[in-house]
Design a protein around this ligand. Structure first.
Ligand code: SF4
Ligand code: SF4
Length: 329
């Protein structure tokens, strides 16, 4: 009984099947309870050390981050879903690169539509149960990878990505905080990184460490996207061939071999993006930026941020000509 009302227990199998029908690659369930003290403490220490760089929003809302009930009062279950973004078509290797996740339409929008659709179909199926929920994708203080792990989707690798066994790590994560229980909950998965250190060894800026995790101040993803200041010269010298983001710690992960191309048409790059050579990046105007990156997650960096990235790359690599060849570096 909840508030004197007979409760329904929702079918986890049925919800998983609906999630799959909507295009999600994985779906799992965790009981809404406070976050493990160990995980909470690690995050607290990480922030205290300043490893979150200028992302000051990470310093706030620790109560909500640590307890789903502080975010959604009547939350009983967390549904975690994963949406594949591994590209079907790649930007040619001799051209400037952007992170795979940003190839297509902004994932926040795509994920939001799919999560709302999943919630809607659950409400329709259990119309007598007063199902309510809230959908999230990078939109609230939530330990998303932690909950995906709790839901049994995979484990958090040394590259700080959620790794799904036999599927890799190129997934967007989303959550529904639901006011109902389901009949079966996930079991957190053991870590399968084993003795592998490839992501740590191949990070060009030494941003990954075994015990402290990610140092965002050194990470090229942070420095070229979230960062609003200059890119330190030392880090800029490691950017090539990326002009936005960095995928190296995913690319070297042995679990990437399980990745399959996404079926999500919205994540396909446009022909214009695929054809952007070094001179197109250097000559990118505000107008062409608005056109090429309309509805794209690349806009997170904003036009001045992209210009800064191009400038940093050109200075570091002394790229004042029109060539941009992987073999040169
Ligand atoms: S995204 Fe690039 S810079 Fe950041 S941790 Fe991974 S490999 Fe290192
Ligand atoms: S590269 Fe190795 S250590 Fe890093 S996340 Fe993948 S399996 Fe784990």
């Amino acid at each position: 009984m909840q508030n004197g009302v007979e409760e329904n227990i929702l079918s986890s199998v049925w919800i998983k099947a609906e999630a799959e029908r909507l295009g999600f690659s994985a779906c799992g369930f965790a009981k809404a309870q406070p976050v493990d003290e160990g995980h909470r403490q690690f995050f607290h220490d990480w922030v205290q050390r300043g490893l979150h760089a200028d992302m000051t929003y990470l310093e706030r809302n620790m109560d909500k981050r640590s307890n789903p009930a502080c975010l959604v009062e009547d939350c009983r279950t967390i549904i975690s879903v994963a949406l594949n973004y591994f590209p079907k078509t790649f930007i040619p290797a001799h051209q400037p690169q952007i992170s795979w996740y940003a190839y297509g339409r902004d994932y926040h929008e795509v994920m939001k539509e799919k999560l709302q659709a999943l919630l809607g179909t659950i409400q329709k199926q259990y119309s007598d149960a007063n199902v309510t929920g809230r959908c999230f994708c990078d939109t609230a203080p939530i330990f998303e990878r932690y909950w995906a792990w709790q839901c049994g989707l995979g484990w958090i690798g040394r590259n700080k990505q959620l790794i799904i066994p036999h599927a890799g790590s190129t997934y967007f994560l989303g959550e529904i905080f639901l006011n109902q229980q389901v009949d079966q909950y996930g079991i957190p998965m053991n870590d399968h990184c084993g003795n592998c250190m490839r992501c740590i060894e191949h990070c060009p800026t030494d941003a990954l460490t075994l015990h402290k995790g990610l140092d965002a101040r050194k990470c090229l993803s942070y420095l070229t996207i979230e960062n609003r200041g200059e890119i330190p010269v030392e880090a800029a010298s490691k950017m090539h061939p990326y002009v936005y983001g960095c995928d190296r710690c995913q690319q070297v992960c042995p679990y990437l071999k399980f990745a399959v191309p996404t079926h999500e048409k919205d994540f396909s790059p446009t022909s214009e993006l695929l054809s952007m050579d070094w001179s197109s990046w250097k000559e990118l105007t505000q107008e062409s930026y608005q056109r090429v990156f309309k509805g794209s997650a690349v806009k997170r960096a904003k036009y001045p941020g992209l210009q800064r990235n191009v400038h940093a790359l050109s200075i570091a690599e002394k790229r004042d000509d029109d060539t941009f060849n992987m073999d040169e570096s």
